[in-house]
Design a protein around this ligand. Sequence first.
Ligand SMILES: NC(=O)c1ccc[n+]([C@@H]2O[C@H](COP(=O)([O-])OP(=O)(O)OC[C@H]3O[C@@H](n4cnc5c(N)ncnc54)[C@H](O)[C@@H]3O)[C@@H](O)[C@H]2O)c1
Length: 434
Amino acid sequence: MAQPSPSALDSALSRRTFLQSTSAAAVAGSLAGATVQGQTAGRSGVLRVGLIGCGGRGTGAAQQALLADSDARLVAVGDAFADRLDGCLETLKQQPDVAAKVEVPREHRYVGFDAYQKVIAQSDVVLLATPPHFRPMHVKAAIAAGKHVFAEKPVAVDALGVRSVLATCEEAKRKGLSVVSGLCLRYNYGFQELMKRVHAGAIGEVLSLQANDFRGTIWVKPRQPGQSDMEYQMRNWYYFTWLSGDFNVEQHVHFLDVCAWAMQGQYPVSAFGLGGRQQRTGAEYGNIYDHHSVIYEYASGVKLHAYCRQQSGLRGDVSAHVVGAKGTAEISSRTLAIKGAEPWAYREKQNNHYQTEHDELFSAIRAGKPINNGDYMARSTLMAIMGRMATYTGQQITWEQALNSKEDLTPDGYTWDSKPPPSPIAVPGVTKLG
Ligand SMILES: NC(=O)c1ccc[n+]([C@@H]2O[C@H](COP(=O)([O-])OP(=O)(O)OC[C@H]3O[C@@H](n4cnc5c(N)ncnc54)[C@H](O)[C@@H]3O)[C@@H](O)[C@H]2O)c1
């Protein structure tokens, strides 16, 4: 396995340095004082797209980016692993609608932990689709270099990362750069129509919410002979909290964000709940849980009951339900409806929200009217992390505690021989809030 350059080590150090120097208060201050850049010079000509994280979602995002703009070209790609990078390019070259726009010479295919820096240097727009641990570092480097960003969800695995992303997104506003989030339901026309009605009072004052994410199990990559701890965990990243944030962060963030949207950007003041591992108990399942159940409470006393589970052979349901004084909003990919005093249902054909988010990103760049999804993408990520803190510790966690948490999920370096952070399975009542 190729050894990373010293700059990869610097990345680990700079992440920790940033985390130590960016307090929640500093972020709050920067948010309060930030000016929002409305209009910048539009762009014409070729837009060079770079992809960091060439897995399933990254490959899809690259295709969507290339379809979004007639003059977009994929010019650089980076991945921790050469086989993932090769597989991605192979897939893209087999797509007749984008194959001709894949112009990635061998010298612009970067492998290793420091690949992101080289991809960013070659690009105008970067697509960030690695496991979420790396997102704060990658968003920060891209914005520092003056590049537009598409950032897959979630955008961090710990509060230190959230604070970093909040600060970086303020920098993006000042620089007139777009940051579009992979919280794709925000780009779904049906969801948008429903939310317009909820915000206009169709269900009356919101009294309670429920978010369900009951799913089956997903891929798992058992350890192979000869793999270092770091390589094994990077391959099997979903199951390690330091890389994925746990699945209530990695997956459930979509519908927690839907609730934040329904609440017009209000976030809960506290969370408590329970969670554990019943089916996914083997070592190949790292240290994440397979179920979480969290009660979030808002300042008004309104509660959101949030359930998520990944176990096989059980009933599935991915949806949100918002109960208001005059009716209920039923929200899922299948059903978008309001029941009660002002009944309504979305009956139009659904748009492909994965495509729409890229269409809007590239239109924004062309028009010089930057989009910045930084606030909700970071805060909804923190909401999910707060839920994990509550289920891991068994304690009630306030928003302020979550935002100010010093939990540090940084490894001792980013090389294949570096030591991943300790990954004990959390035991409520024993595990303490970091
Ligand atoms: N919006 C959505 O609906 C949606 C759907 C699927 C995945 N996602 C998100 O996309 C991200 C990736 O998920 P995926 O399913 O594509 O996973 P994946 O494992 O298929 O791809 C991740 C890729 O990133 C690479 N990688 C890991 N660390 C890296 C680093 N430091 N630098 C460069 N490359 C690195 C991996 O080798 C892998 O190829 C996750 O955050 C996930 O939550 C979002």
